[in-house]
Design a protein around this ligand. Structure first.
Ligand SMILES: Cc1ncc(COP(=O)(O)O)c(C=O)c1O
Length: 388
């Protein structure tokens, strides 16, 4: 058995699938051309690879290839969507609606816009992490230009009702953006059926490379305008300048292709592994499941543990299992997760939380080892707390 901890932090990032790497490799060396070079074979080869990848990504969400803008990841896609809409539509209105449990890559651009004078409404979530769509209906105003609600939460895996939100926004003539960084490849996404106008994607949560993502921007019914945030050579229809990163783009498309091929069977397998883990953990007293029990990503289990210190728990778990207490970017800080706080947990419970992200390469044997270790760790920490 490997001496490295078992990796159950697949919401933070995932290893690159060998098949993805194989698809990418020729584009670093042999087919290294710039896709914008129009006068020779090297450029044409790269351009053909980008074109094919764009088609695969567009088909994955029921969009057209020209509606896909490549970015460096979901952070950039979210920034481009939110700031891009704010800048393009500020004369129409300056009100934006988002949700308390969004990733900081959505909340921070909104905070930034607030500092410029935009008004931001942050919708609360219910105890299960889902928004109440009547709250959204009530929050919409004549000057609302954008609603941003994530598809799948990165901490508690909760899946927001996108189709319902999309219908509400379309009826009121408001642009609907969704951050699908954790959802692409894992749940069906259809920008037509769900009436999504802007959709942020990333590759590294689905066994693709880091540093590549995309923003879907609706071109028709209705046409959505965004102001570019990176100016330069006019790539991506002028909406995102910068030489296209061909190997990453090819890897992104391959990762999506594989994820879609095995989506149904993989979700069943992950849900079984999650139940296996939860069955053992929930046999302990004082363990609470965070987020909706079913309307969540198949591989996500997020628990709060009563009577133990969160930092001590993670420290004791880490030699055996790599997990985190929340979003990877904030798990090093001592502040409780804004997502768990939004569920209405008392701060103490929010501290002792563990996010398990089960992924493609995890096995039932690994889950059994982790379950046993988590249980014994919690028991011994609780015993120590009593004797201190
Ligand atoms: C929901 C969500 N949005 C945005 C991001 C940022 O994505 P990226 O790392 O591609 O910039 C992440 C990943 O951490 C995420 O989970």
């Amino acid at each position: 058995m490997s001496s490295r901890p078992i990796y159950l932090d697949n919401h933070a990032t995932t290893p690159v699938d060998e098949r993805v790497l194989t698809a990418m490799l020729p584009y670093f060396t042999e087919h290294f051309g710039n896709p914008a070079s129009v006068s020779h074979l090297y450029g044409w080869e790269a351009q053909a690879a980008v074109k094919k990848s764009r088609e695969i990504l567009a088909a994955a969400i029921n969009a057209t290839p020209e509606e896909i803008i490549f970015t460096s990841g979901a952070t950039e896609a979210n920034n481009l969507a939110i700031k891009g809409v704010a800048e393009a539509y500020f004369q129409k209105g300056q009100h934006i609606i988002t949700v308390a449990t969004e990733h900081n890559a959505v909340l921070d651009p909104c905070n930034y816009l607030q500092s410029l004078g935009f008004e931001i409404t942050i919708l609360p979530v219910q105890k299960d992490g889902l928004i109440n769509t009547s709250d959204l209906e009530k929050a919409l105003r004549p000057d609302t230009i954008l609603v941003s609600v994530m598809a799948a939460n990165n901490e508690i895996g909760v899946l927001q009702p996108l189709a319902e939100i999309g219908s509400i926004c379309r009826e009121r003539g408001v642009i609907f953006h969704s951050d699908a960084a954790q959802a692409i490849g894992k749940i069906p996404l259809d920008v037509q059926a769900m009436k999504i106008d802007l959709l942020s994607l990333t590759a590294h949560k689905i066994y693709g490379p880091k540093g590549i993502g995309a923003l879907y921007v609706r071109r028709r019914n209705p046409r959505v305008q965004i102001a570019p945030q990176l100016h330069g050579g006019g790539h991506e229809g002028g909406m995102r300048s910068g030489t296209l990163y061909t190997p990453q783009i090819v890897g992104f498309a391959k990762a999506v292709e594989i994820a879609l091929q095995q989506q149904t069977t993989e979700n069943q397998r992950l849900a079984q592994l999650r139940s296996r883990l939860w069955e053992v953990l929930s046999s302990l007293e004082g363990i609470y499941l965070n987020g909706h029990p079913n309307q969540r990503l198949a591989g996500n289990l997020n628990i709060s543990v009563e009577g133990v210190d969160g930092a001590a728990l993670l420290l004791a778990l880490q030699p055996v299992v790599a997990v985190s207490s929340g979003a990877a970017c904030s798990s090093a800080t001592a502040t409780p997760s804004h997502v768990l706080k939004a569920l209405g947990h008392p701060e103490k419970l929010a501290y002792a939380s563990v996010r398990f992200g089960i992924g493609r390469f995890n096995t039932a044997q690994e889950i059994d080892i982790v379950a046993k270790h988590v249980v014994s760790t919690i028991q011994s920490l609780r015993k120590q707390a009593i004797t201190i």
